[in-house]
Design a protein around this ligand. Sequence first.
Ligand SMILES: Cc1cc2nc3c(=O)[nH]c(=O)nc-3n(C[C@H](O)[C@H](O)[C@H](O)COP(=O)(O)OP(=O)(O)OC[C@H]3O[C@@H](n4cnc5c(N)ncnc54)[C@H](O)[C@@H]3O)c2cc1C
Length: 409
Amino acid sequence: MPKILIVGAGQSGLQLGLSLLEHDGYEVTVMSARTPDEIRAGRVMSTQCMFHLALQHERDHGLNFWEAETVKVEGLGVSIAAPDSSRALDWVGKLDNYAQSVDQRVKMAGWLEKFEERGGKLIIHGVTTSDLNSLAGMYDLVVVAAGKGELVQLFDRIPELSPYTQPQRALSLAYVHGLKPRPEHPDFSAVRFNIIPGIGELFIIPAYTLSGNCEILFFEGIPGGPLDVFTDNPHPQEHLDRILALMKQYLPWEYDRATEVELTDARATLAGGYTPVVRNAVGELPSGHAVLGMADVVVANDPITGQGSNNASKCAASYLDSILENGDKPFDRQWMKSAFDTYWEYAQHVTIWTNAMLQPPPPHVLEIIGTAGVKPEVARRFANGFQDPSDFQHWFLDPEKAAAYLAGV
Ligand SMILES: Cc1cc2nc3c(=O)[nH]c(=O)nc-3n(C[C@H](O)[C@H](O)[C@H](O)COP(=O)(O)OP(=O)(O)OC[C@H]3O[C@@H](n4cnc5c(N)ncnc54)[C@H](O)[C@@H]3O)c2cc1C
């Protein structure tokens, strides 16, 4: 019976662990740095908006425990702020299928408990490289799903796939209750992508948290600019006040909805930033054992396109298929490489698009965004690209393909 160790109890590690338990013949161990109660009592970790294809993987394995009560995200809107803080452009594209965001504190704590209930072996332990070095020989396969933590050092950065060496955005967010309904489309919820040219972006994301449905105010600030003012780790209320003051200054139409908001809880703020990177998926331990990197460990994109949890779900689904297909054969380096290559067939498109979105928009993208305001078909295609970004190569990323597409709509 293959013995599989998964290090890291996040979106990818727990989804893979729980879905493996549905198959006879696998002994699955997850190592988590924190208990479910510690996760629930901790700080928010993400905005985690997930689109239809990624959510469907959770449904396929009976893991969509919060689907009924979580607000449905039925559209994706784009606004651009003019220099005088008026709204130069505003539209919303309908999603063919709804997206949802369940606070990772809720989801990961619940999944961790379910993992034990379903017969998985759980070890609460923050794993070091030296732990892994001695543990690896006891398992047929070790998957490192530890997000962006220190264990990434086991996996070499691939420079030709990693154009950035610094964080491209300063991230800052707050989960709030009390945001007033969106006047433009009060009948349905949407993620809103507000662009402040040269300064950054504000995303507003409907979500489900420990205290029910809420909204997340999430700034992505260009480093060194006016939104990059959270490095002093302010007290949560001060953090929210700064976010609101920036909204008032740059995005008054969004601030008008936010005059009565309050934090959902005392741990509902987060600030930071990280460098997008693609790494070699096969990590080498000093003992000579190889380990397989998963999701953010090997492909970490800036959250500007909201793809990390989506990728993690898709990576878990892809690795599950690769594990099952391998049957009783050894999980050697060749198998690890091929498991990653299969996932990368998809993930490369997400990475190319996300890295492009971190740059000022080229003229053909501005034309697409402008046309979407008058042609709902274009807005709809853009919105639905978030569930499968491999579509963007066919029209969005290339000036000639964009021109051909726009000429035909
Ligand atoms: C501000 C922000 C907003 C985001 N918004 C979105 C969004 O809207 N949509 C989206 O799809 N993605 C979003 N993401 C990205 C998303 O959160 C991550 O990409 C996703 O959670 C990655 O999943 P993972 O399984 O690779 O790692 P994680 O979910 O990070 O899980 C890793 C787990 O491993 C644990 N761990 C780490 N080191 C160790 C260790 N040494 N030993 C044991 N355990 C360890 C961690 O505690 C954690 O539980 C956002 C990220 C950020 C920071």
